[in-house]
Design a protein around this ligand. Sequence first.
Ligand SMILES: Cc1cc2nc3c(=O)[nH]c(=O)nc-3n(C[C@H](O)[C@H](O)[C@H](O)COP(=O)(O)OP(=O)(O)OC[C@H]3O[C@@H](n4cnc5c(N)ncnc54)[C@H](O)[C@@H]3O)c2cc1C
Length: 375
Amino acid sequence: MQMINSVKSKDPTLIVGGGPAGASCAWKLASAGIPCILIDKAVFPRDKVCGGALSARTAEILTRSGILPAEELEAQTLAEHSTMSLWNRDELLRTFTSPDTHILIISRRNFDNTLLDKAAMAGASIITGDAVVSVDSSSVTTSTGKRYFFSNLVGADGYGSLVRKCISGKRGKGTGMGLEYFIPLTDLNDKLEDIQIHFGYFPCGYIWVIPDREKVNIGAGAVGSPASPSDITGALNGFLSARGISCDKYQLHGAPIPSRELERNLGQRNIYLTGDAAGLVDHISGEGIGHAVQSGFMVADCIHSGGDRRTFLNRKNCCISIVRQSIFYRHLLFSPFTRRIAMMGLRDNEEYVQGYWNVISGTESYNEMFRRLLI
Ligand SMILES: Cc1cc2nc3c(=O)[nH]c(=O)nc-3n(C[C@H](O)[C@H](O)[C@H](O)COP(=O)(O)OP(=O)(O)OC[C@H]3O[C@@H](n4cnc5c(N)ncnc54)[C@H](O)[C@@H]3O)c2cc1C
């Protein structure tokens, strides 16, 4: 597709999708005085299937950029966790408490709506309740028949990205899947206060238990797993019934997680991809919110600087590099050959558990952790 020839610089940047990736990109562009229009098919506030866990790294990206100052992030926070227990099926491997870092839990409904408000307040034009249905070399058409011309196009349209399809001919689908129940704490006999991670129920993923003040999110996720969605659902329901929780009482929410290809250049020419649309989800933990926000900022910076993509490739420890590392190291944790050793390491070595916490809280990259543990 010939994109660049038809670009008119007076046309705005068009962003498809108003999740964390699109909203942060729109906020940054509008804050720099660059005209932009964001279109989302949903009417906000909208729900998004997600555990809502923000790593310390994500919290820092949000607060340091100014999109969500510390006091506003605190107001969004439903729970703050510094203790995690790791399990291999029914065996408790280890419990770890971090002296200095926290994982925050937010509601995606409120969080995404707040980021979109921030983009609007910075001057971005926001259109909701209208889906982009087709893209050509200089414009998009929406489900209501409206046509919007663009100078740059940003695909922040999540897992099944239509914009990504324009670049590679693929929709970026993969075999990642996340499922979750929200259960009121008052329905449970056990007192749940800390994060639990349970390995061993299906390949290449885990079951999580993440309480906040009123409810607990019990979910299961796997990226690039040979397990089918029904295998993962069966494992999650079995996990609940073994704990006396009848899953029939609660609504199961599910959504795909991108797992196939990572768009390392975040698109090509004047088309950019961010967040899930670019495949920016950690292949071990499933974390994607912080990567969506950071890639939204990176794309905005790139557009601001005239489109020099080399800035993406040279950035150390940015979302692209972290996701690449997670793709490389996931085999150590999940492969049938090394999984037993990994579980023994987590059980017998406090430093391994500290390393796992550092990685999921984002204070250390996978490379830094393995270098520290193995040298
Ligand atoms: C079960 C589950 C649990 C998860 N838990 C966590 C977690 O605890 N922590 C974490 O960091 N990550 C988690 N993730 C991953 C995280 O949810 C995603 O990585 C993140 O939402 C990506 O943000 P995004 O802005 O790229 O995409 P999205 O949040 O998916 O936003 C995309 C937006 O694009 C819009 N859109 C799509 N198509 C069109 C179109 N054609 N026209 C107009 N609009 C369109 C959609 O309406 C949507 O609002 C989880 C994922 C799952 C499935």
